[in-house]
Design a protein around this ligand. Structure first.
Ligand code: ZN
Length: 268
């Protein structure tokens, strides 16, 4: 029997078939828990939050499955993250940063930063500590820390009002701005997946890096795909017992046991 994959799930959820929603619960509720802990640790005391968010994503008006699906699981998780964060924000919006920072100022101030350095910094806006970002990127925490300190100093030189950690406090707004900032030369997801998997030549790497050094949209997408790759490795699927209350919440019937073959044949 063919293995049911994330891509089958995307197709089935678009057609509102129970198989799709069952797979979403089994494999991606753990990913959503990971995201909740990463981005909204302070709200983790609200046991119903994840339920409300999942209901929003299940809603027929939800954008999660509105567009034709991504081509790989890691891209799906990078997209899911966007819809998940938007749903949590619509439940209760996060406070605005005291000192705003936008991409225009970032671009001007951080011009000397390389593609890799931009990701180390961008992950700070995605709430990753020095150590956590280092883990996602296979680097030393001290390397990430030094780069972030240097970035703070570069921003300070360009801004009238400043304090350390502006990328972190503006992460949500910067992410929203970057998501809309793509252009026709932007890199395909395959570029990021191949880089993570070490399947690229030196010259392709050079091309990607020169684009990343001038495109926050791609830095953001790459960072989200790195996060998706990590979240999938760090989480495991729910057991049937763990799934049951979620199926009930979403109104998805549990999988029926296979009927004996003669009943299938004579079923109509
Ligand atoms: Zn780009």
């Amino acid at each position: 029997m063919a293995i049911y994959t994330c891509l089958d799930m995307i197709r089935d959820c678009r057609e509102n078939k129970p198989e799709g929603w069952r797979y979403l619960v089994t494999r991606y509720v753990p990913v959503m828990r990971y995201l909740l802990g990463q981005y909204y640790g302070a709200r983790s005391g609200d046991p119903k939050l994840l339920e409300r968010v999942l209901m929003k994503l299940r809603d027929p008006g939800s954008a999660l499955f509105a567009a034709p699906g991504p081509g790989t699981e890691r891209e799906f998780v990078a997209d899911l993250r966007q819809h998940f964060l938007a749903a949590v924000e619509s439940d209760q919006a996060s406070g605005r940063p005291e000192i705003p920072l936008d991409l225009e100022v970032m671009t001007a101030a951080l011009e000397p930063l390389t593609a890799t350095e931009r990701q180390m910094l961008w992950l700070q806006g995605m709430t990753y500590t020095h150590a956590a970002a280092a883990k996602l990127m296979n680097l030393e925490p001290s390397t990430v820390q030094k780069l972030r300190e240097r970035s703070d100093e570069l921003l300070r030189q360009k801004m009238d009002q400043w304090k350390p950690g502006l990328v972190a406090s503006n992460g949500l707004a910067l992410g929203a701005e970057a998501a809309l900032a793509g252009g026709k030369d932007c890199l395909p997801a395959k570029a990021f997946l191949d880089t993570i998997d070490g399947r690229i030549t030196w010259s392709r790497k050079q091309d990607y890096e020169s684009h990343l050094a001038q495109c926050w949209h791609c830095v953001d997408r790459f960072s989200r795909i790195r996060e998706g790759d990590f979240a999938l490795r760090e989480t495991k699927a729910l057991s049937p017992e763990e799934c049951a209350p979620w199926f009930e919440l979403l109104g998805v019937p549990e999988e029926r046991k296979e009927k004996p073959i003669w009943r299938k044949v004579f079923a109509r």
